[in-house]
Design a binder for this molecule. Structure first.
Ligand SMILES: [Zn+2]
Length: 289
């Protein structure tokens, strides 16, 4: 059973359906005021995503396909050493993949070579479901060895990998989206999973806010590491990276070549200043509207 994968048409339909539903909701109930036109940004982000999808097909997909099959055939990795029923093995694999992706996300911010690529995701001046797909193709390629390590060391089967990939895509579409959920409902949901207000804080121009909320699925990893930050009101957040504030600096070509050019000090505004925010009187784990 673990040798099977979720059919591509099913995960494809779920992801396209979620994107379409979020697109409609973003128009009806926007969470943050948008700086650029949705059409311009959407087209740019989908173009970056298209290049990324080709890169994934050429690099991660064949590696993940053969390594998960190898794990299944030779019972490699942590989870394959334990006598687990299939459902529990898949659930634990998803959990551990989610945690190791948290670690990878921290590294993409802390290691300058990786930040070169990840910055292309963060320079978007707005945040919506299309941002969730706009990862630089270089970031997707350099993450392949990490992904290979996750599969082989954790013992991730083809089924577990396809379940995690589908859930991850749905999760990142959701928490990047610009949808205003009722604050009470989002607070409850946020006890378990990353929500739009929480991830909005990770995309803030204030460095201490970006250096928080690294989780991509479950919020437990930020809670355990003390990196959870919820006490920033959404209407006070400026989305983006201080060094790139002009729409003209983040056009499609500029975003694609960004990792290969000289890097600006990302957390400095063009005038040399640094965005800061006065300390909130509300505790960090309280989600503000
Ligand atoms: Zn990030």
């Amino acid at each position: 059973m673990c040798g099977q994968r979720i059919p591509a048409w099913l995960s494809g339909a779920l992801v396209v359906g979620a994107f379409a539903a979020l697109f409609v909701l973003e128009r009806r109930r926007p969470l943050r005021h948008e700086v650029e036109s949705k059409l311009t940004r959407g087209a740019r982000n989908l173009a970056v995503a298209g290049v990324g999808a080709v890169a994934l097909q050429l690099t991660e997909s064949p590696v993940a396909f053969s390594l998960t099959a190898l794990v299944e055939r030779h019972e490699l990795g942590l989870l394959k050493r334990l006598p687990l029923p299939a459902w529990l093995e898949v659930a634990l694999a998803v959990l551990l993949l989610d945690y190791t992706l948290y670690v990878w996300h921290v590294l993409t911010h802390k290691v300058p070579f990786l930040w070169r690529f990840h910055v292309a995701h963060h320079v978007d001046l707005d945040l919506d479901a299309s941002t969730a797909l706009r990862f630089h193709f270089g970031e997707l390629v350099v993450s392949v060895p990490w992904r290979a390590g996750q599969i082989v060391l954790l013992g991730v089967s083809p089924l577990a990998f396809s379940v995690w990939q589908t859930l991850l895509l749905l999760s990142i579409l959701f928490h990047h989206s610009n949808v205003r959920l009722p604050a009470g409902a989002e607070r409850r949901l946020n006890h378990l999973i990353v929500t739009p207000r929480m991830h909005g804080i990770h995309h803030s121009v204030v460095r201490e806010e970006t250096d928080s909320n690294w989780s991509s699925g479950l919020t437990v990893w930020d809670r355990l590491h003390g990196t959870l930050r919820l006490n920033v009101p959404q209407d006070e957040i400026t989305i983006g990276v201080p060094a790139y504030r002009e729409p003209g600096e983040i056009g499609l070509v500029k975003v694609l070549v960004m990792p290969f050019t000289e890097q600006r000090p990302a957390w400095q505004l063009p005038d040399g200043g640094t965005p800061v925010r006065a300390a909130s009187p509300v505790s960090a784990d309280h989600l503000l509207p």
